[in-house]
Every structure is written in C-alpha cells, then in structure tokens.
Design a protein around this ligand. Structure first.
Ligand SMILES: *Cc1c(COP(=O)(O)O)cnc(C)c1O
Length: 376
C-alpha cells in the first residue's frame, strides 16, 4: 500500500470545510442581527426538525443532558420513584435520574445489539416504577415494540434517549417512525460528534403531546410561559441562536450524513465479515441503524491488544464504554453498585468503536480494514 492516510475517529473540520460557505453566511447573519438569544433561527430550526422527524413539537434546549432532565421534570414524578434504564450507556441518562432524587434501576442489555433487554425491563418493574428510558445506543433503535407494550401494561412513561440516533428509524406496528418520536418524550443532543452536530452544545426534546410540550417549554425557560411570570421551578437551558443557525444549514444534509455513515458501515461489514477474532454489531430488521458509532466486540481478552495494534498503525479506536454505569463510584450510595449485570460488564471488556464519520474515504476504509485483517 502507498502512503498511510491520516485517520481520525471523527472528522469535524472536514465536514465543516465541505459545507463552509452557507454555514459561515448563516453565522454572519446572526452576528449582524444582534439576536444572540432566542433569535428567529431557533424557531425555524425547531420547525425544520419537527418536520424532519414527523413530530408535533420540538423544544430546543442547551444540551442533551438538559433535554433528559427536562423530560423527567415534565412527568410529575415524586422523590424515590423508580426509573428503569440501561447500564451500558453514557452517564447522562442515569445522572439526571439521580440528580432529581429519583431512583435509577439499571438493567442489562442484549449482547448483540448492546441495547436494553425488554424482558429485563419487565422483570425490574415494581409498584414504584414510573418511567423507562431506552437509549438507542450507537445509533440503532432499542426494542421499542416490546418496550412500548410493557410500558402500556404497567402505565409507565417512556423517554427515548435519541442522543446518538437522530436520523435512524423503527417500524412500529408496520409504520415507520423516526427514533425519538415513539415514546412520550424523545431527547437528543447536538454535541459536535452526534449525527446532527453543532459547533458547541445543543439539545432538544420532542413530543406529540400538547400539554407535555407546553410544560417542557416552561421548564427550559425558568418555569415561565410569560416573561417574569414564573409558575414552576425550571432551569435556564437554551439553544443559542448561533448554534440554531448552524443546525438550520446542517439539517438539510442530515439524510446525507446518515447515508455516508451507513456506507462506511457497509464497507466494514463486507470487509470484516469472515474474521473470527471479532464480532460485528447486529443490525435489527425492524429499523435502520444510523451508525453514530461502529462498535465491534473483540472477545478472549484481545480488545486492548487490537486497539494498541491499530494505534501503532495510526488508526484510532475508542472504548465506549469502559465501565458499566452500575459500577461508577458516583452510584455507591444509590444501592446499585453491588448488583451484577454480566452482559454490560462483558461488553465493557470487549467493545471497540472504529473510526466512522461523514467524511470517510474508501482509501481510509481500505487501509483500516486491511490492517485489521492482518491482525492475528
Ligand atoms: C451525548 C449523549 C447524551 C448527552 O448529550 P450532551 O449534549 O452531551 O449533554 C446523553 N445520552 C447519550 C446516550 C449520549 O450519547
């Protein structure tokens, strides 16, 4: 092979350069307008996203973690109420449950999709369970059909954590729905590396429910519907006008971003399918993956060896996530660190996310997969 291509886990500046002039112009318009908070771009982006998702209300906010917090605050829960979620995810989902004085109940995941196991959700339901938060991890839908059935059976609210899965979908009872629009409230993040990323922090909640939408809007705006008329305890969590202007341009390309991710993933699947020292992520038949991450499993204690080998060849790889959430020191006082969730614990030892982004070239993919094939 000729020269080694430069490979990044995520190529944010490459994408910016490709879309530079409309984004620069949109940002310049905001700078000249002086409307840096709640400018017209915030509303127009919310409308564009609501149309894209096919959902009635989009409530923008400061980041994905705030979106999850606002969603829980909107549900009228009481201290000690239980919220079921996955142990194999980013901390934010569980953090906001604990922050609000609710009780996180963590359950294990499916070893092939890495998503929450609905049967274990059912087993974890108690009379105090009020909500469940499935995370569509790495960009693929959790088993939403089963989760919605269980939620209905026990009267639970469903908050979807769609931070990694914007642009992915799921067929529920035969009809295609975008992730984040299936449960009572969907939450997402516009952190730069997500499927629709801005140039800083941003997030949003989605819902079809008018009353929940009104409450969410109040919560992220100091509990006020009208300025200086504060009716409930809220927070200050806004999407900056500048970020909204960037997102307004980028959302036009969201389908293309997801297509590019799927194409890179398809290359990995084809080039790595016959290797016995690794396992490729399982794709469910009910919905299309958006590949925010391409995460393989490397059993037999060889994950770190493969990661080092790739790193020596100039190929980055990341471990999402190195520790399950039920083993995080912060939860020692929450009565959950003693439990054993064997699949989550095993995955933390085995997973490796390969470089995948919207700017990947065939040359880079060929280089990466050739190196992986030479690992033995
Ligand atoms: C990124 C992420 C969040 C939090 O989003 P921020 O915008 O960084 O606050 C929440 N949940 C999951 C699964 C994430 O990947």
């Amino acid at each position: 092979m000729s020269e080694t291509p430069e490979i990044q886990m995520v190529d944010l500046t490459g994408q910016y350069q490709r879309l530079k002039s409309p984004i620069d112009e949109a940002m310049a318009r905001v700078l000249m307008s002086g409307r840096y908070i709640n400018g017209p771009e915030v509303r127009s982006f919310s409308e564009a996203l609501s149309e894209y998702l096919g959902v009635k209300h989009v409530i923008p906010c400061g980041n994905g973690t705030d979106a999850l917090q606002a969603a829980l605050m909107a549900l009228n829960l009481n201290p000690g109420d239980e919220v079921i979620t996955t142990s194999f995810s980013f901390i934010a989902t569980v953090e906001v449950i604990a922050l609000l004085g609710l009780k996180p109940v963590l359950v294990d995941v499916d070893p092939d999709t890495y998503n929450i196991d609905p049967e274990l959700v059912r087993e974890a339901v108690t009379p105090r369970t009020k909500a469940v938060i499935p995370v569509h991890l790495f960009g693929q839908s959790a088993a939403m059909e089963d989760i919605m059935l269980i939620a209905r059976e026990y009267g639970l609210n469903v908050i979807e954590d769609a931070a990694q899965s914007l642009g992915a979908d799921y067929k529920l009872n035969g009809s295609r729905q975008m992730l984040g629009t299936i449960g009572d409230i969907g939450c997402t993040s516009f952190f730069p590396t997500k499927n629709l990323g801005c140039f800083g922090d941003g997030g949003a909640c989605f819902t079809d429910d008018d009353a929940l939408a009104e409450k969410l809007r109040m919560i992220v705006n100091h509990g006020a519907k009208k300025k200086y008329m504060n009716e409930i305890v809220g927070v200050n969590s806004r999407l900056d006008t500048l970020q909204a202007a960037v997102l307004n341009e980028k959302i036009k390309h969201l389908d293309d971003f997801v297509t590019r991710r799927r194409q890179a993933a398809a290359y990995y699947y084809e080039a790595l399918k016959d290797l016995s020292f690794l396992q490729l992520p399982l794709q469910i038949s009910q919905g299309e993956h958006s590949f925010n991450q391409f995460t393989i499993r490397v059993p037999d204690d060889r994950r770190d060896e493969l990661k080092q080998y790739l790193s020596d060849s100039g190929i980055p790889g990341m471990v999402y996530y190195p520790s399950p959430l039920h083993k995080q020191p912060v939860f020692e006082d929450h009565g959950i660190t003693n439990q054993s969730l064997p699949v989550s614990e095993m995955l933390c030892e085995q997973v490796l996310s390969l470089p995948l982004h919207t700017e990947m070239t065939e040359e880079q993919l060929e280089f990466i997969t050739t190196k992986i094939r030479q690992f033995s």
